[in-house]
Design a protein around this ligand. Structure first.
Ligand SMILES: *Cc1c(COP(=O)(O)O)cnc(C)c1O
Length: 426
């Protein structure tokens, strides 16, 4: 029976058999016992599936990954220790030294650093394009060594909405996959695979967990990208892996399993960014109420955005649920049931006024966090995007006066009264 998204949030990923625990068990064990060395050998050769060491795979993690996989409509998924690890693995699984990747310029500051600084040191070159670029501009960014295109459904904190179909078409016309970070929209509000994306990533630290309890990430594969058709571009997936006795991932695991198996077998093995089973358990508790929380986050954000728009101490408001917002039409297409709980705005008086305003908030807390049950806010130019110069800030859609306000699931009137009293004091 095909379940609806609300039912998958609650019950996906794990169906207990007769007499088994109703809640997913926390398998707090680093290792797994086998009767013979031959049994173990088959696991190491990827000839049999099973658990042997939690750095690679753990049953609790796999149950939670399976739920997120179902929510996104994918073929396979894996949890990672953080969203950073998820985006790094998703790109590094197919792009190596000497390769090139195209990314939307409006992305999370940490991802920008990962791409523009750290992965560049590893010999992977990135071209950043505006999410609003024309098809012609987008096509012009491709090089013979381009291996992937990357973007965020709703960018953190610029709140641009990615035209997923436009980016997917350009990627596919050049024989490469589109990777979409779906952290802000969540699969409740948008499932990028339905619009042509090939790989989805998440910082589960945000709405999926939703309670600020555990840092984590997830990668989901749609199973639809035909690596074999562009075999010369993706030798890591289509030619023998000597570190696993010559296994060819696409041959042995099919298009549905190749990407995640390779990321597990090579990247988890070598980098070890596994999520702890305890955190996976907490993440699953969060997922059980995701559909309810997201609805409330969006309702609160809509009310807060409308209030801010009508207040004369506010110079601008960005929220794609506002009529007249630059991304309203794209949001109507890709996010018809709501976008996210995050609103960006500028306080008249710029950077100084923004900081003064934030200091007076009582319900909303200043935090390097977002997408949490509790309302929080941040001044990105002095925090997450601190490393960027003014030009890079502008390209990332972050003005110096930008306040990122993440509406929680409290009462909207309390949030509005809090903002009102803080504005009155500046
Ligand atoms: C927070 C965030 C990340 C990084 O995730 P961590 O779990 O903090 O490592 C990546 N992408 C987006 C869109 C984010 O909001």
């Amino acid at each position: 029976m095909k379940k609806r998204i609300e039912t998958t949030c609650v019950q996906g990923g794990y169906t207990p058999k007769n007499g088994e625990p109703r809640q997913i068990p926390i398998i707090q064990s680093t290792t797994f016992k086998y009767d013979t060395s031959e049994d173990m050998g088959k696991l190491f050769d990827l000839e049999a599936s099973g658990y042997f060491y939690t750095r690679l795979q753990n049953p609790t993690n796999d149950m939670v990954a399976a739920k997120i996989c179902e929510l996104e409509g994918g073929s396979a998924a894996m949890l990672t220790s953080s969203g950073q690890a998820a985006n790094f693995y998703a790109v590094f699984n197919i792009a190596n030294c000497g390769d090139h990747v195209i990314s939307a310029s409006t992305i999370y500051g940490g991802t920008y650093n990962l791409f523009a600084v750290t992965m560049k040191k590893m010999g992977i070159d990135f071209t950043f394009v505006s999410p609003d670029c024309t098809e012609k501009e987008l096509n012009a960014a491709f090089k013979p060594n381009t291996k992937a295109v990357f973007g965020e459904t709703i960018a953190n904190p610029a709140l641009t909405v990615l035209d997923i179909e436009k980016f997917a078409k350009a990627a596919h016309d050049h024989g490469v996959p589109l990777i979409v970070d779906n952290t802000f929209a969540t699969p409740v509000n948008c499932r990028p695979f339905e619009w042509g994306a090939d790989i989805v990533t998440h910082s589960t630290t945000k709405y999926l967990d939703g309670h600020g309890a555990g840092v984590g990430g997830c990668i989901v594969d749609s199973g639809k990208f035909d690596w074999d058709k562009y075999a010369d571009k993706f030798p890591g997936l289509t030619t023998p892996d000597e570190s696993y006795h010559g296994v060819v991932y696409t041959k042995q695991f099919g298009l549905g399993g190749a990407f995640i198996t390779k990321a597990t077998a090579q990247l988890m093995r070598d980098f070890g960014s596994i999520q702890s089973p305890q955190n996976a358990f907490l993440l699953n508790l969060g997922l059980e109420s995701l559909h309810l929380r997201i609805k409330r986050h969006c309702e609160n954000a809509q009310k807060v955005a409308e209030f801010l728009q009508s207040n004369d101490k506010i110079s601008w408001v960005t929220y794609c649920g506002l009529k007249g917002d630059k991304y309203y039409d794209l949001a109507q297409k890709y996010l018809p049931n709501g976008s996210c709980g995050v609103v960006s705005f500028g306080v008249k008086g710029g950077r100084k006024a923004a900081e003064a305003f934030m200091k007076h908030l009582k319900v909303a807390a200043i935090e390097t966090h977002v997408a949490d049950a509790r309302t929080c806010c941040l001044h990105p130019a002095s925090a997450t995007h601190r490393q960027m110069n003014d030009e890079e800030l502008a390209a990332a859609g972050v003005s110096p006066d930008l306040v990122r306000f993440s509406c929680g699931i409290e009462n909207a009137d309390d949030l509005i009264e809090d903002i009102k009293q803080a504005l009155e004091q500046i």
